[in-house]
Write a protein that binds this ligand. Sequence first.
Ligand SMILES: Cc1cc2nc3c(=O)[nH]c(=O)nc-3n(C[C@H](O)[C@H](O)[C@H](O)COP(=O)(O)OP(=O)(O)OC[C@H]3O[C@@H](n4cnc5c(N)ncnc54)[C@H](O)[C@@H]3O)c2cc1C
Length: 491
Amino acid sequence: MTLDHATIVDHLQRLLPAEQVHTDPDELAIASVDNFRKLQNIFGVHTMRRPAAVVMVRSTEEVSAVLAFAQEHGVNVVARTGGTATEGGLESGTEASIVVDGSPMDRIVSIDAYNMQATVQCGVPLQRLEDEARKVGLTTGHSPQSKPIASMGGLVATRSIGQFSTLYGGIEDLVVGCEVVLPGGEVARIKNVPRRAAGPDIRHVVIGNEGALCYITEVTVKLFPYLPENNIYMGWTLPTMQEGFEVLREVMVAGYKPSVARLYDYEDGQLHFSHFARPDECIVLFMAEGNAGITRATADGIHEIVAKHPSCSPVDPKLIEEWFLDLVWGPDKVQREDDRIRTTRNVNRTTEISADWSSINRIYDAAIARIRAEIRGITLLGGHSSHSYINGTNMYFNYFYDIDCAPELENDEFYFPIIDIICEETLRFGGSIVHHHGIGKARAAWVREEYGSSYGMLETLKRAFDPAGVMNMGTIIPVPTTARPGGPSGS
Ligand SMILES: Cc1cc2nc3c(=O)[nH]c(=O)nc-3n(C[C@H](O)[C@H](O)[C@H](O)COP(=O)(O)OP(=O)(O)OC[C@H]3O[C@@H](n4cnc5c(N)ncnc54)[C@H](O)[C@@H]3O)c2cc1C
């Protein structure tokens, strides 16, 4: 029998000190959504089911006790650390639900400059780890735009990626080992070694699990020398995205590893570079960092490649550097954006996908054309590529629209129709519908199509790790209580 909220709270208060079990109605309302339905928080209109409580956990033992209780009584667990999720991963999948907030677990356990790795609890904000690493001349190499507000547990759980990914990789390239609590309360540790060939790499069950398989309590990540004095910035304007993708491809295929490699289209470019780029110009930019010899060689190689594209016009590197320094989103910037949406009812959303070099421009063209033709109220529509690989790149669609409906209907009337177009066009050309924000509940309706014939492997993994189905129900794998009517496989 499903427990009611009062009974769940009563149990939790026996497991944890009372002040760690939060039941304030306003707090529960805010916890019922994340950035996926951010308008509900911005306009204070909450329509989603609320959790019974938000519990603030202080240790692995506390996480273990809560997860044991949850499994025994069939109570859904929504893991949370930084709370910056964008895809509905923090929504309650069912009535009997608790948010397990690991932000009090915020201890930097060690910064080991000899073995070049740092161990932190899940609630450590990435910015704090980065600041501490820099004090000893090191960097995490991980710089998502949410660096000041996201925490290590969530960053690992969503398979996040940062602006310097072309050199350092995504979080999957940085995680060395970790400690997790499995549903039911068992604690498991994956040890820290440079590499091992002892069967499958079980770190990948943890990385990107979005709280649907286990709770991450501690992670160890790699560190790198921090040498900003060697940074070299480069930028060019050019006429088309197609040519820009070709420049990116040639740089990657030649084996260069700039830390930043980005390409902006006309409309997205105007948001950032209108002081030097015309509205009919795209912008391709790079940053080389690290050891002086390597950065010089990287910059020389990129210049050589771009020189073969006569339509590229150089931009003063100082302008690229200035833009770059203001790229991350701290709480102030988030607040300003929320205020802007509240006063203008003009909403900004993003959706990120990936594909190989042959397909990326076709997906970009097809999705942009359809959104422009099929969606009302669009005031800006564009995108950029910000993470490149030898075999392809990502596309980060960036769009603004004026809403003419109640704020709580925005997802159904605008956001879902747009992401459906992006997912359809991406899958049509063989790409992936999620590059780095996770599937959450927002894109779960598309997960069968995303996985194709390997979907059974994903379901088997979920069943094996979470047999009672209590870990973030509806995240990654849709369930009837979270499926959206009319969505592809979620319906
Ligand atoms: C302004 C802004 C900019 C962003 N820029 C980027 C970017 O550049 N790159 C990028 O990759 N993402 C970006 N994001 C998305 C978001 O910041 C990332 O997904 C981030 O990794 C989430 O971390 P968090 O600590 O906030 O996690 P939360 O929001 O708390 O949780 C995210 C997901 O992980 C699960 N989870 C959280 N903690 C744990 C845990 N301890 N164990 C198991 N599961 C857990 C949650 O259940 C949820 O599904 C951005 C978001 C915003 C709002």
